[in-house]
Design a protein around this ligand. Structure first.
Ligand SMILES: C[S@@+](CC[C@H](N)C(=O)[O-])C[C@H]1O[C@@H](n2cnc3c(N)ncnc32)[C@H](O)[C@@H]1O
Length: 253
């Protein structure tokens, strides 16, 4: 194994992540203040109103300062391409973190309104600060909540943000890996997808979403048409990962 490929994984901020894993699942943050530090860094270093520069600045922070659990620059290209192909008007991301994925979606889909659901208020605050600095706060909105809260967040998306049958063009799953399938099914129950809607799922191999992957395999050519993109986890090239891109085919009659 080349030292060059190993080096990004041996950084203190990556090793610190291992300590923070339990913290992430309870608070949505790694536990050493890096998310708030990213907000400060973006405001200090990135050109205000320059979406490209804000995205590049976040990637620089993740490579050079502290590792972040964003979709990242390489898997982000897969997300961009899927969003561009869908040419969406309404996009929903599950799992906002510091707002990076939503920035990429806003850039790839300039006509779209982007909503991002996040469990942790502290992450929502960082993301809103980053989006305001990038100049996209008028069309990117964080909703604090979770799809698994018995319908409260889904109802809020419907009542306050225009979600409804056939309205959702792109869904990006990047939150609790065990909730990918149940949250997708909740949206199918409400009929929010339409034939041609695209669902992108990150981290299907690492840390892994096996139930979701099995569902998409079972539904191949029926409800969904899925491409499995072989890639690697964010901000390094050593650890393999999978991004699934699934086109909704609609109920076959
Ligand atoms: C991998 S990060 C998201 C990265 C983001 N999509 C990006 O590319 O910049 C996962 C985020 O999901 C949030 N999260 C975890 N479980 C969640 C749930 N059930 N509903 C909403 N957000 C959740 C965490 O707090 C964390 O901020």
């Amino acid at each position: 194994m080349g030292l060059e490929r190993l080096r990004p994984l041996l950084r203190w901020s990556v090793l610190r992540m291992a300590v923070g894993v339990r913290h992430i699942t309870t608070t949505g943050q790694i536990g050493d203040g890096r998310e708030a530090a990213l907000g400060d860094y973006v405001v200090a270093e990135a050109r205000q109103g320059d979406l490209d520069d804000v995205i590049a600045t976040i990637d620089r922070f993740a490579y050079q300062k502290s590792f972040l659990i964003n979709v990242g620059d390489k898997k982000g290209e897969l997300l961009d391409a899927a969003a561009r192909r869908a040419d969406p008007r309404l996009v929903l991301e599950l799992g906002t973190y510091c707002g990076y994925g939503a920035l990429r979606l806003a850039r790839a889909a300039p006509e779209a309104r982007i909503y991002s659901v996040e469990l942790a208020e502290a992450n929502a605050e960082v993301a809103r600060r980053v989006w305001a600095h990038a100049g996209v706060a008028d069309r990117v909105t964080c909703v604090v909540g979770t799809i698994g809260d018995g319908g409260r967040t889904l109802d809020a998306l419907a009542a306050e943000h225009g979600f409804g049958p056939g309205r959702l063009d792109v869904l990006f799953l990047d939150h609790d890996k065990d909730a990918y399938l149940s949250d997708l099914l909740s949206m199918l129950d409400r009929g929010w997808l339409h034939p041609g809607s695209v669902v992108v799922a990150d981290n299907v191999r690492l840390p892994g979403a096996p139930k979701y992957r099995a569902y998409m395999r079972e539904q191949q050519g029926k409800l969904f048409d899925t491409v499995e993109h072989k890639t690697h986890a964010e901000y390094q090239t050593l650890l393999p990962d999978l991004v699934l891109e699934s086109r909704y085919l609609g109920e076959q009659t």
